[in-house]
Write a protein that binds this ligand. Structure first.
Ligand SMILES: Nc1ncnc2c1ncn2[C@@H]1O[C@H](COP(=O)(O)OP(=O)(O)OP(=O)(O)O)[C@@H](O)[C@H]1O
Length: 254
């Protein structure tokens, strides 16, 4: 049996610890994510979905329990060090891209993440065919805007750029935090399709938060419902295929 690429062992988090407002947000989460898993995550507002990503990404400390990546305990590893193996795309297209830098410069920055400062912008010309190719996989003309500053792109183009930047170095774990929620329905579906294609082609391991039941059913091999900081449902394979929207409505209120 393959080992999990990511494992959460009894992960518990609080906010306002040791004050009268103390609140337990994640309540002993146990989760094993295997290489190639594409997990869609559903849950009502306040269920703890973003908090789950914050603990995996290292922007929120775990109060109890452990997080393991490739069997190594990373519970206390800094957020910055986790970017070596983990990428995240947020809902806001403005996060994740540098507005004054061009599309190609942003891509180069993502590709050279971790390189020494002075060396970052070397080789831009050499990389242009590669950047043209990967932006060409997006149905939004991004490949013709390689020299445009990211701040001048449409929301859909900018979010496609964020997604390409997050996946350009093939992260071990990709976290998508409602990354198409701010886009119009057509643009959202195009980016979701491109996301699915990329995940399949590169055999990425991905967790994707969404509020759209249809998308949660359509994409991925596994589906999780979070409720009040606990995993209420975790289905995969045929069991997921057979799930219907009505089944999901029975499990939680949207
Ligand atoms: N830093 C914080 N301080 C106080 N409360 C917090 C903090 N972070 C999260 N919470 C609370 O934790 C709970 C879970 O929040 P979280 O953002 O993880 O939910 P979510 O499932 O992502 O919700 P949504 O679908 O609305 O984005 C909420 O009740 C929220 O108010």
């Amino acid at each position: 049996m393959t080992n999990p690429i990511l494992e959460l062992q009894n992960v518990t988090t609080y906010v306002n610890r040791h004050t009268p407002d103390e609140q337990k947000i994640l309540r002993g989460i146990n989760l094993k994510v295997y290489p190639g898993d594409f997990i869609t995550i559903l849950g009502s507002n306040g269920a703890g979905k973003s908090t789950l990503f914050n603990t995996i990404g290292g922007n929120l400390a775990v109060d109890d329990g452990h997080i393991l990546v490739n069997e190594k305990d990373i519970t206390r590893l800094s957020e910055e060090k986790r970017t070596r193996f983990l990428s995240r795309v947020f809902q806001d297209p403005k996060l994740g891209t540098a507005p004054r830098m061009t599309v190609s410069e942003n891509l180069l920055l993502a590709e050279k993440r971790g390189a020494r400062r002075g060396l970052v912008f070397r080789g831009l010309k050499r990389q242009m065919p590669h950047f043209r190719e990967i932006t060409g996989t997006m149905e939004n003309d991004l490949s013709n805007r390689l020299n445009t500053p990211a701040g001048e792109l449409s929301g859909g183009q900018r979010q496609a750029l964020s997604f390409l930047m997050a996946t350009i170095k093939r992260p071990d774990i990709l976290l998508l935090d409602e990354h198409t929620a701010a886009l119009d329905p057509k643009t959202s579906q195009e980016l979701l399709q491109a996301t699915d294609d990329r995940i399949r082609e590169d055999k990425l391991t991905c967790l994707m938060i969404t509020h759209h039941l249809e998308d949660a059913l359509k994409y991925g091999n596994r589906l999780i419902v979070l409720d009040k900081g606990q995993i209420k449902i975790d289905v995969s394979g045929d069991e997921k295929q057979k799930l219907t929207i009505d089944d999901l409505y029975k499990y939680f209120e949207i």
